[in-house]
Design a protein around this ligand. Structure first.
Ligand SMILES: [Zn+2]
Length: 193
């Protein structure tokens, strides 16, 4: 709890079982939505306009059963996450390695990948070495899959594509999705000839 007039009453975490007609507190409407994500399985970042606190909103709609387990959660992010979010969203990536490992440590996996997908194009190039290294080496298949989705944008952007291919070549033996992305890049190059 804090004494912010807009978000103080929201506490650190709010949960509503929307499948049983519960809803998140009305105070949430005072927060500003960054991505204006709505509908089932929406994931959004909210900012308190009064004190600058950041919140993560998640809608978990179950696609099976009666819908009784549908839920929404609103989580106040810790201050160490705020600076990381601001840096990534503004493309302030002067120390990409530290920034990304800190972001992975302090943000949920969903939020991490949602934010990375919104990093300004010019800054994304600076993040590429860390992201590709992680893509080539992570033993976690879910993370590998999410990284594949993130790195897909290199296919149609020549400068990023060249950089990705160089990093892939330097790495040697690649896991399946990384190899597939190399093939997609090469196909795109062949198409533009
Ligand atoms: Zn506030």
């Amino acid at each position: 709890m804090n004494d912010c007039t807009t978000c103080g009453s929201l506490g650190d975490s709010q949960y509503a079982n929307t499948g049983r007609d519960e809803s998140l507190p009305a105070a949430m409407s005072g927060l500003k939505s960054l991505w204006e994500a709505s509908g089932s399985n929406a994931h959004d970042l909210l900012l308190c306009p009064t004190c600058g606190a950041w919140f993560e909103f998640t809608d978990d709609t179950a696609f099976t059963g009666s819908g009784n387990n549908d839920s929404q959660t609103l989580k106040r992010l810790p201050p160490q996450a705020w600076i990381l979010l601001e840096k990534l969203l503004h493309g302030d990536v002067s120390q990409p390695e530290t920034l990304l490992s800190d972001a992975m440590a302090h943000l949920s996996s969903d939020l991490f990948f949602d934010v990375i997908a919104r990093v300004p194009p010019a800054a994304f190039a600076a993040l590429l070495p860390w992201l590709t290294r992680r893509f080539f080496t992570t033993p976690n298949d879910q993370e590998n899959h999410a990284l594949y989705g993130t790195l897909n944008r290199v296919i149609t952007r020549p400068a990023l594509r060249t950089k990705y291919l160089t990093l892939a070549k330097a790495h040697g033996t690649l896991p399946p999705r990384a190899k597939f992305l190399v093939e997609l890049c090469e196909k795109e190059i062949a198409k533009s000839r």
